[in-house]
Design a binder for this molecule. Structure first.
Ligand SMILES: C[S@@+](CC[C@H](N)C(=O)[O-])C[C@H]1O[C@@H](n2cnc3c(N)ncnc32)[C@H](O)[C@@H]1O
Length: 163
C-alpha cells in the first residue's frame, strides 16, 4: 500500500465519474498527499457540491494547498479521524490514507445513507477472508460493496451505505 504516493489515473477517472453522480453531494478525501486525486475530484464537482480533503503531513499539505488554491477544495491539515466527523455526513468518501480495519467503521459512520465509499491501493487476487480491510468493507451489513480491478496491478472497493 502506498504511503505518500498519488492515486493512479484509472482511480482518478473513477472518482471523477462517481463525483459527477452527486450534483448536491458532500465529498471528502482522506489523505490528500500532493493533491492529484483532489484535482480530479474538484474538476468533476457540480456547482452545488462541496469537497473537503485532509492531509496530516505538513510538506504534502503545503504542496496540495498551493495546487488547489483558487478551487472549491477545502484543504485541511490533520487527520481525517479528527477533522471529518464535524463535517459529516458525506455522500462520497475517498478513503486513501489512515485506513485500517479499526478506522473503516468510523468512515462508514461519516457516510450518509446511500453514500459511496471508495478504497483503492488493494493488491488484486487476495481473498476477502483474512484481509482485515477487505473484511471490514465487504462483510459488514452496513455496506453493499464490490471489488473491481482498476488496472492489472490494483483493485478498488466501491461500497454504498445501506439506506
Ligand atoms: C496514497 S496517499 C493519498 C493520495 C491522494 N489521495 C491522491 O489521490 O493523489 C495517502 C496519504 O494519506 C495520508 N494520511 C495518512 N494518515 C492519514 C490520516 N489519518 N488522515 C488523513 N490522511 C492521512 C498520508 O500522509 C498520505 O499523504
Amino acid at each position: 500500500m502506498t504511503q505518500g504516493g498519488s492515486s493512479v489515473a484509472e482511480v482518478r477517472a473513477l472518482l471523477a465519474a462517481l463525483v459527477a453522480t452527486k450534483p448536491q453531494g458532500r465529498v471528502a478525501e482522506c489523505g490528500t498527499a500532493v493533491g492529484e486525486g483532489a484535482t480530479a475530484i474538484v474538476g468533476a464537482l457540480a456547482p452545488g457540491a462541496t469537497f473537503v480533503t485532509v492531509e496530516p503531513d505538513p510538506e504534502r499539505f503545503a504542496i496540495a494547498r498551493r495546487a488547489l488554491a483558487g478551487t472549491r477544495a477545502e484543504v485541511l491539515n490533520g487527520s481525517w479521524q479528527q477533522l471529518l466527523p464535524a463535517r459529516a455526513p458525506f455522500d462520497l468518501i475517498f478513503l486513501d490514507g489512515g485506513v485500517s480495519d479499526d478506522t473503516v467503521d468510523l468512515a462508514i459512520d461519516l457516510l450518509a445513507p446511500g453514500g459511496i465509499l471508495v478504497k483503492d491501493d488493494l493488491t488484486p487476487g487476495i481473498p476477502v477472508e483474512g484481509d482485515p480491510v477487505r473484511e471490514a468493507l465487504l462483510r459488514t451489513p452496513r455496506l453493499i460493496g464490490a471489488e473491481l480491478l482498476a488496472r492489472a496491478d490494483m483493485a478498488v472497493i466501491i461500497a454504498t451505505r445501506r439506506a
